[in-house]
Ligand binder design. Structure first.
Ligand SMILES: *Cc1c(COP(=O)(O)O)cnc(C)c1O
Length: 227
């Protein structure tokens, strides 16, 4: 087995363990393999070990890999910062976008999503730690954004994504996810079922607080160059 296959098995086992520990249903948490900066050969290794959902952050890099991997049944998620001049290609080449951080981006993605494709699944990125340097909606803007974005015809608003400030303490890791989960539940919209919470460093806390998708790069593929 390749080490990527090994790591994949281990992460999946960790997810199952965290689901059980939090009294969550088995397989209620999906693994998104974050393959930014990784070569297509790494993606193939994970694919051959059963992984189908991959997340990319840099559009040009992602498009090259998608071309190279077009014969594989991969579901592509865009999770990176979005400039408005990139929305057309994102709308054309991805099934999911986790990083919708302003209304204008949502409107463009909806306008530019081809009618012959299924609606684009989106998550609103929430700036949960209120960091001025980070993009995303503020928690106080959530209800208004949900109301407007759920009207856009070619999008399917699935949920929220958060990248809290890194914390090593478990309780500290839980807190922002807890807040965001409660805020979403208070909207009473059963169609909003996706909580894109948690990365390599805080999987367990994220799953305990309701994550339905965890986005894992480093723990699966190893350290990224430059990190
Ligand atoms: C890079 C990235 C990840 C993966 O982070 P790791 O710490 O490598 O697991 C998750 N989410 C987003 C939005 C990212 O940009």
């Amino acid at each position: 087995m390749t080490s990527i296959a090994n790591q994949l098995n281990q992460i999946n086992a960790e997810i199952r363990h965290a689901e059980a520990g939090a009294q969550r249903r088995e397989f209620s948490v999906q693994l998104l393999a974050v393959s930014k900066t990784r070569p297509a050969t790494d993606i193939i290794k994970a694919y051959q070990a059963g992984q189908r959902q991959f997340g990319e952050s840099y559009l040009q890099e992602a498009l090259l890999k998608q071309k190279e991997l077009s014969c594989y049944q991969i579901c592509w998620h865009f999770i990176g910062p979005i400039q408005s001049n990139k929305t057309r290609q994102i709308a054309a080449h991805f099934s999911w976008v986790h990083s919708v951080d302003r209304l204008k981006i949502a409107r463009r993605l909806s306008e530019q999503r081809a009618e012959n494709l299924p609606p684009l699944n989106i998550c609103l990125q929430i700036n949960i730690s209120n960091e001025p340097s980070k993009s995303g909606f503020q928690l106080a803007e959530l209800a208004g954004a949900v109301a407007q974005i759920s009207e856009l015809p070619n999008l399917k608003l699935r949920g929220v994504m958060a990248i809290p400030q890194p914390a090593t303490d478990y309780q500290q890791q839980c807190e922002p996810y807890y807040q965001l989960y409660q805020a979403v539940k208070a909207l009473h919209r059963p169609e909003i079922d996706t909580f894109s919470f948690g990365m390599s460093g805080d999987l367990k806390a994220a799953i305990a607080q309701g994550a339905s998708i965890v986005r894992v790069g480093t723990a699966l593929f190893g350290r990224r160059p430059g990190n």
